[in-house]
Ligand binder design. Sequence first.
Ligand code: CP3
Length: 342
Amino acid sequence: MLENTILLDVLNHKEVPRPPVWLMRQAGRILPEYREVRGSLSGFKALVQNPELASLVTVQPVDRLGVDAAILFSDILVIPECMGLDYELIEKKGPVFPKTIKSESDIDNLLSGAEAAEKLDYVFQAIEQTNARLEKRVPLIGFSGAPWTLMCYMIEGSGSKTFSKAKAMLYRQPQLAHKLLDKLSTTIAAYLKLKIKAGVHVVQIFDSWAGVLNKELYKEFCIPYLLKILKELNDEVPTILFAKGAYFSLSDLNYCGSTALGIDWTLSMQHVRQAIGDHKVLQGNLDPCTLYGSPETIASNVQKLVGEAGRNHIVNLGHGVYPDTPLENVISFVKTVQAIQY
Ligand code: CP3
């Protein structure tokens, strides 16, 4: 039994005295102790692939910020890698794939399913070591990228404002896109099941580039695969689905079978509640830039958010915390939420 079950309680629709709180991207560059560990290594991947150090930086935000959950330090790009597409993380540029998907044979050559996912032993070891370090204080969240977001990087080969090469495939060669998305979803499902087996208590799926699509494209190329992954997981643990920028697909996302929906900061929680009702657990959605404001500004925005979201709510930002956010403001945010009494 965990000491702090408030996140799991909300996800299981139990009564809670206040909303739980954690931050997307809490394990990383906002913490000086992260930068110290990171600086001692040759690069980002050396940290991702080292279970001892990955577990160390996963627990840092729990110690320093007092958040109600840990999220495993890792990256969504481990999936393309285990399927056979290596990535690098270039400082100030972001992820780069030396080899990208250009043809059907490139897709055929990708490993998939359990055969691919089993290669990520360092992730499963990091989960075990993190739970040992956490000593049952808080639950551990595991995650994966969604098929579409991973496809974006595998086709484009790097970040992009438009992901127009990946989108081009949806229009020019839709059957190839489906083939790739299907292989990705089989692998993601196998990977998340192995993560659950290794000990994560909750799973979050990040569809970070949902916002470059529209309702029709999202319905054809994303929803069926999200449904398939969530069905495979079979409610073994609670799930959070975060599709950034997919305001046009809220009602479709609501029926994908996740326990909770992550909401980005562009939507008002009041609007989301009206659209999908009071029962669904919602996560989010404070603008990450709120944390550049004063403690009073942070507190008033938190109050407004909690008022609009009502019960069945996990407080979080509407996307990852920015690296230059003052640490004292992050701490003040967490304390403000934890002082709430419903
Ligand atoms: O949330 C957490 O604290 C857990 C760790 C985590 C990382 N990446 C560590 C990381 C998580 C959940 C991710 C997910 C991820 N990775 C996403 C989805 C979430 C989102 O923000 O939409 C995406 C799109 C990626 C791909 C990725 N990885 C990019 C674009 C970058 C470079 C830009 C950036 O954010 O720094 C990374 C690198 C990365 N992943 C870093 C960290 C801490 C920075 C590496 C460093 O310099 O130390």
